[in-house]
Design a protein around this ligand. Structure first.
Ligand code: CUA
Length: 306
């Protein structure tokens, strides 16, 4: 259907067909019901004071028809829905498995060979993929509209999802469960690529990356991306663009030059100062969550954002 997002997975067509049928059945039923109601109100309205209502008791055929026909349609819809649901919940064997971890406010993906990405799920085209998902803090919801799939991820519990995409491309990934301050920033993408491209991508590792590139990975994987843009737009917190070496003013009247020490303090003790214009925005501390190397990489990354 043209008003739906692109159909990016094999189950999307089934879901759309069922959804279309449900919508159209509801529209038609609504028109028949409200249409006949309006028609009868006009046709049988009382036209004179002494007009009497005709004596009508019942009509077996009519009553049977208006009960049985909707019942048959409803049972058909139930069976259809159950059928599509059972496809979505029957996990294929020999599928590619990826572990997904939701956290405030990013998605971590871990592959069989230990490769990790954040906010980017890369899968080969035409291959069934099973996602083993959990959360480390609160309830999030893994949602890919183009795949017509959504699944809550719950701390302490594993939930699963599977899909196959036969269309290469990039698809939006959202968190569809309010999970705190930067819930709306908890977005990513699913990239469906050719099999050779996937194999090559899977082999690539971090040893060849520059500190700024590593810093970009930290920026995404630690969830900074949810609140801090790198293009100058203001999200929950200030943008990282062009701040390196500048003097930043705080709400308490103090100021500081943006360097490694300032970035370290901002990450480990974020409530110490508030940048002007961001009073009262509570950023969680990353004390114990980032290493010194990661802080340096982040600083290199911010330095590169001219
Ligand atoms: Cu995670 Cu909303």
């Amino acid at each position: 259907m043209s008003y739906m997002p692109i159909e990016g997975s094999t189950i999307a067509k089934d879901v759309d067909a069922l959804f279309s049928f449900t919508v159209w059945a509801s529209i038609i039923a609504c028109v028949i019901l409200l249409g006949s109601m309006v028609y009868f109100v006009i046709k049988y309205q009382r036209r004179a004071e002494n007009e009497k209502t005709a004596f009508i008791s019942h009509n077996y055929i009519l009553e049977f028809a208006w009960s049985f026909i909707p019942l048959a349609i409803f049972l058909g819809m139930f069976y259809w829905g159950w059928h599509v649901y059972s496809i979505a919940r029957t996990f294929p064997k020999n599928a590619l498995e990826v572990t997904i971890t939701g956290k405030q406010w990013a998605w971590d993906m871990t592959y069989d060979n230990g490769k990790k990405t954040t906010n980017e799920l890369v899968v080969p085209v035409g291959t069934p993929v099973v996602l083993n998902m959990t959360s480390i803090d609160v309830i999030h919801s893994f949602y890919v509209p183009a795949f017509r799939l959504k699944q809550d991820v719950v701390p302490g519990k594993r939930s699963k999802l599977w899909f196959q995409s036969d269309k290469m491309g990039e698809y939006h990934l959202f968190c569809a469960e309010y999970c705190g301050t930067a819930h709306s920033g908890m977005i990513g993408k699913v990239r469906v690529v050719s099999k050779p491209e996937y194999d090559e991508w899977l082999k690539k590792d971090k040893s060849t990356m520059t500190p700024a590139e590593l810093g970009h990975d930290v920026y995404v994987s630690k969830g900074c991306v949810a609140c801090h843009s790198v293009d100058g737009t203001i999200k929950v917190g200030p943008s990282f663009k062009g701040i390196w070496g500048t003097v930043t003013k705080h709400t308490d009247g103090t100021s500081a030059t943006v360097d490694v020490d300032y970035i370290r303090e901002s990450m480990l003790d974020p409530q110490k100062h508030y940048v002007q214009g961001f009073a009262g925005v509570i950023m969680p501390s990353f004390q114990g969550l980032v290493t010194e190397d990661e802080i340096n990489d982040i600083a290199e990354y911010i330095k590169s954002l001219k």
